[in-house]
Design a protein around this ligand. Structure first.
Ligand code: CS2
Length: 477
């Protein structure tokens, strides 16, 4: 007998106070959970309207179940399922851009939050500036109904200004350095090209707090959907599966101070989130990307498989030894304990976080995850061999053939450029030299400093394969 479908347990919902752009699994596993908890603790109308910027998949899955879904924490000794009922609607932007702008322009909406992934910012990762040649940006500057998150933000803010309403707070939750400041710069640049007065209004009245979010949330699979049905007895077409750990640190800078009572549920409301952010981007996301490329090349499917291989476990420790001296710890945080906790999180065998999922979009991820650390270390002569091997592994990965000669399905917005730069090249030296010339990824002053150490790493990697190449680093210790 098929399981009964999950439905909301309560007939009423809070009014919408938040519109979230880019409704993926991470925000449903973290932001929605914290906001739901904050309302349980302190009340308030902070219902969320989610916006999918591309596919109708999540909307189609959630609509028949009244926007409710299961959050499944892969805890020990047993997983814990919980029903989350904070979403009021999910809009699919390409189907109805006006509905999205209407939702964002509603004065009852105080916050527009975003998880649109790195490439959703339409910026140049090496500089943090708006990419004015991006096709979606060119489109959005010329048309009133946007395609990009940036276009939506600016057009919706324009409508609020024209209607005499206050702006919403723009709360980015993506893994980008100084994410709020970066987004503010991009939004103001776009707005200035559209209407300079609008840019001035946003600059003066808008708020773009930086935030750091952390919860490991792999993409949901069919097997996960079956697990949830077995556990709860209810069919949920779009559950989210995640680790127990969750952390959200936000700069407490909201328009009119209006926000859910997040601190009562453990969100860290701080004046400056930079140290949290750098720690997480370099120590977590940096090692994640390094393990994704090297682990994939060595034939490991998930992060937990990779880290359970002793060679890779030690490699991760070596990476942290190179990364930690470049990180200024947030108050009260001990970085080696933070690394130990990450190691334990990566080992969670119930979290099937695919190396190829994390390997996606490397051209957008490397600068903040690995290159900042490399720059800090090269500046003062600290070791970089483990980090350089990660860069070399990205280069081998994007060349598209794995260590046993099988094709790799490389997903990256700069894939065409990568293919054009590397076509016909054979040797690691040629490939490294070609890829280091991508100025949108490798700043022109850093690339020459990386050349020799990355070529050395690439030569070993191409000759021996990832696992053996890592072992040579360890033999040198
Ligand atoms: C991962 C992140 O997919 C990736 O690139 O590194 O999504 C990571 O799992 C989260 O940032 C953890 O908070």
């Amino acid at each position: 007998m098929p399981a009964e479908q999950l439905t909301p347990t309560s007939a009423s919902r809070p009014k919408t106070g938040i519109v979230h752009l880019g409704l993926g699994a991470l925000f449903r596993a973290l932001g929605c959970v914290f906001v739901a908890d904050a309302m349980t603790a302190s009340g308030g109308d902070w219902g969320i309207v989610g916006v999918s910027l591309r596919s109708p998949k999540v909307r189609d899955a959630l609509r028949p179940q009244g926007w409710a879904y299961t959050s499944l924490t892969m805890d020990v000794p047993a997983p814990v399922a919980r029903q989350i009922e904070v979403l009021n609607d999910v809009l699919v932007a390409p189907e109805d851009p006006t509905a999205v702008l209407d939702a964002m322009a509603d004065p009852a909406v105080k916050i527009v939050s975003l998880t649109v992934t790195e490439k959703g910012y339409c910026h140049t990762p090496a500089t943090g500036l708006l990419n004015t040649e991006h096709p979606d940006i060119l489109h959005d500057l010329a048309h009133a109904l946007p395609r990009s998150a940036i276009g939506y933000l600016v057009r919706a803010l324009q409508r609020r200004r024209d209607a005499g309403h206050a702006p919403f707070t723009v709360l980015t939750c993506d893994n980008l350095p100084k994410n709020g400041k970066l987004l503010r710069t991009i939004v103001l640049d776009f707005a200035r090209r559209l209407e300079p007065d609008l840019a001035d209004w946003i600059a003066e009245q808008g708020r773009f707090p930086c935030s750091m979010v952390d919860r490991i949330t792999p993409a949901t699979t069919e097997a996960d959907i079956r697990t949830v049905t077995e556990l709860t007895g209810l069919f949920d077409a779009a559950p989210v599966i995640h680790e127990p750990f969750m952390q959200w640190a936000i700069e407490d800078d909201f328009v009119g101070g209006e926000r859910p009572d997040l601190e009562v549920v453990g969100v860290e409301m701080v004046t400056n989130v930079l140290r949290h952010e750098t720690m997480k981007l370099r120590m977590l996301n940096g090692t994640h990307s390094a393990l994704a490329y090297t682990g994939y090349l060595a034939g490991h499917k998930t992060i937990s498989d990779t880290i359970c291989d002793p060679v890779f476990s030690r490699y991760t420790q070596d990476l942290w030894s190179e990364i930690i001296p470049s990180v200024d710890a947030p108050d009260g945080v001990d970085l080696s304990s933070y690394a130990d906790a990450l190691h334990a999180r990566y080992r969670n065998p119930e979290i099937h976080h695919l190396t190829r999922q994390i390997a996606m979009d490397g051209s957008q991820k490397l600068p903040q995850r690995l290159l900042g650390t490399l720059r800090s270390n090269l500046n003062v002569g600290r070791p970089t061999a483990a980090l350089c091997l990660a860069i070399a592994a990205w280069m081998r990965y994007v060349c598209g053939i794995d260590e046993v000669g099988q094709p790799i399905e490389v997903l990256d917005p700069r894939l065409e450029d990568i293919r054009a730069l590397t076509a016909g090249l054979q040797t690691p030296t040629e490939i490294v030299t070609a890829l280091l010339s991508m100025e949108s990824v490798f700043p022109s002053d850093l690339a020459p400093l990386l050349r020799a150490p990355v070529i050395a790493a690439a030569e070993t990697l191409w000759a021996l394969g990832a696992r053996e190449a890592i072992k040579t680093l360890q033999d040198d210790e």
